[in-house]
Design a protein around this ligand. Structure first.
Ligand code: GLY
Length: 313
């Protein structure tokens, strides 16, 4: 299944569950001074979660252009080194604005991965927030996940926030075990290491609070859902390759870079560079398409740095 088919299957699946299909918003968040770039699918819905904006629908689905090169979510130094990090990527997400909550969000996520994408249930691992007994119960009794594959984690891993302020809440992640051959060694495991064996596929955020500048959290008008799954990751998994860079979303770019450089991306020494250049080409293209030009400050400076970094590689 090609990346474009997976994107379409995702959007269609959630449309079938009553979600409104929304266009990706720009990489430049509209009227949000707290963010340099759109870093998640929920950004265009931030004011809907807080109750400051009303929509005439309560369920949405999107494939959102995201950039994670600054602020709270910054993956820059991992790009090309791991098989899964990017500056620019697409985030598939479904959203509930005070409508369904944990149980449906978990059911939808599980059904999409195991039925629509045909992933092996036994390879899926779940993380939940330490105190979230409700999610634990749903995964165990309603979905039937083996308790051995449910891992409780602290705030750092399982409490999601867009930035220092804004909507936030506990989350539950679906990971896939990519097999022992991907293991980094004895201490390999969810929360124990950062290797590519247990790949986080999908983050289901149970949006419940709004954090203000002093750090104080107040409850949202209604519990809501915000989920995010990297299209590049699910594409690699469905296509049976161990790196996002080997999925069809990247191979044409990688191939071109390899041809120009005369070096393979599988080369131990230069592979990281080939992959970083390929990643950075995408973020440059999408930033420029969304109206950013290289400059000495703000967003333009970030673009300039990405171009410089790619050139150095
Ligand atoms: N908004 C959910 C995520 O980015 O993981």
């Amino acid at each position: 299944m090609k990346g474009s088919e997976i994107r379409e299957r995702f959007l269609k699946y959630f449309e079938g569950k009553g979600h409104r299909r929304m266009r990706s918003s720009s990489l430049v968040p509209e009227a949000d001074p707290t963010l340099l770039f759109t870093n998640a699918g929920m950004v265009q819905f931030k004011n809907v979660f807080t109750g400051d904006e009303k929509l005439d629908f309560v369920r949405a689905v999107s494939s959102q252009k995201c950039l994670r090169v600054s602020g709270k979510h910054n993956d820059l130094e991992n790009v090309g080194v791991t098989a899964r990090h990017h500056t620019f990527f697409e985030m598939l997400g479904n959203f509930s604005f005070g409508d369904y909550f944990k149980e449906d969000a978990i059911f939808f996520g599980w059904e999409f991965l195991t039925k629509e994408m045909g992933l092996d249930k036994e390879k899926l691992w779940i993380t939940i927030f330490d105190e979230d007994d409700e999610a634990d119960e749903i995964w165990k009794t309603k979905i039937g996940v083996d308790p051995e594959r449910i891992v409780r984690m602290g705030e750092k891993d399982n409490f999601w926030a867009m930035g220092d302020t804004g909507p936030c809440g506990p989350c539950s992640e679906i990971h896939i075990d990519q097999g022992e051959e991907m293991s980094c060694g004895k201490n390999c495991g969810i929360g124990l290491c950062d290797c590519d064996r247990y790949l986080e596929l999908w983050n289901l955020v149970f949006m419940q609070f709004n954090r203000d500048q002093s750090g104080e959290m107040t409850p949202l008008p209604a519990p809501s859902i915000d989920t995010g799954m990297g299209l590049e990751r699910i594409a690699a998994v469905v296509q049976g390759v161990k790196s996002n860079y080997d999925s069809d979303l990247f191979t044409p770019i990688i191939k071109t870079v390899e041809e120009i450089a005369g070096i393979s991306n599988k080369d131990d020494k230069s592979g990281v560079s080939i992959r970083a250049i390929s990643d950075h080409c995408r973020s440059q293209a999408f930033l420029i398409a969304d109206g950013i030009l290289p400059s000495n400050e703000g967003r333009g400076y970030v673009l300039r740095r990405i171009i410089g970094r790619a050139a150095r590689h």
